[in-house]
Design a protein. Structure first.
Length: 171
């Protein structure tokens, strides 16, 4: 059980890192887009010609990373749900650690969603080329849904770790 929680904690930290990196990259793209829009508005030659290509590559990579993460967490959720509480209760400390990591992943996802909203604010005025923003939207939705599932799973594991004694107020 300890190995399982160590692996889950490591994966939660890796997910947080990926989401945080994606949020930072998206903030960088937002700055570039804002500059492009400013240049377009002032009828200045657009200097960042690589923007559409690099943004498309970012979206493609984010989609691949999100799909891999979704698959891992689906398997992990199934594994944790099949643990028999009577035979093997997860340690309370490990469950609390996982719950804390789940909250940190949730904060990173919120940060990514904020970066996504800010990008969309500027994208609505962008008409120079077609960008695969629908892929970004899909990833953002998937990450938000996954985070909710991870938080729910953390609550379930916490309940299992407390066992029946918490139900009767005995700790």
């Amino acid at each position: 059980m300890t190995d399982l929680f160590d692996k889950i904690s490591t994966q939660a930290d890796a997910l947080r890192d990926k989401i945080s990196t994606a949020a930072q990259t998206l903030r960088d793209f937002t700055r570039r887009l804002e500059l492009i829009l400013s240049q377009e508005h002032k009828n200045i030659t657009i200097r960042d010609g690589a923007f559409p290509t690099e943004f498309a590559q970012f979206c493609t990579q984010l989609r691949q990373d999100t799909d891999a993460v979704l698959q891992y967490w689906q398997q992990t959720r199934e594994t944790l749900r099949t643990i028999n509480v009577k035979e093997q209760k997860p340690a309370s400390l490990q469950a609390k650690s996982f719950a804390m990591r789940a909250k940190i992943v949730s904060r990173a996802t919120d940060d990514f969603t904020t970066a996504y909203d800010r990008f969309n604010y500027f994208y609505k005025n962008y008409t120079l080329s077609k960008l695969p923003v629908w892929v970004l939207t899909s990833c953002c939705d998937d990450l938000n849904n996954l985070t909710g599932k991870i938080l729910f799973l953390a609550r379930e594991v916490s309940k299992k770790s407390e066992g029946g004694s918490a139900r009767y107020g005995i700790r």
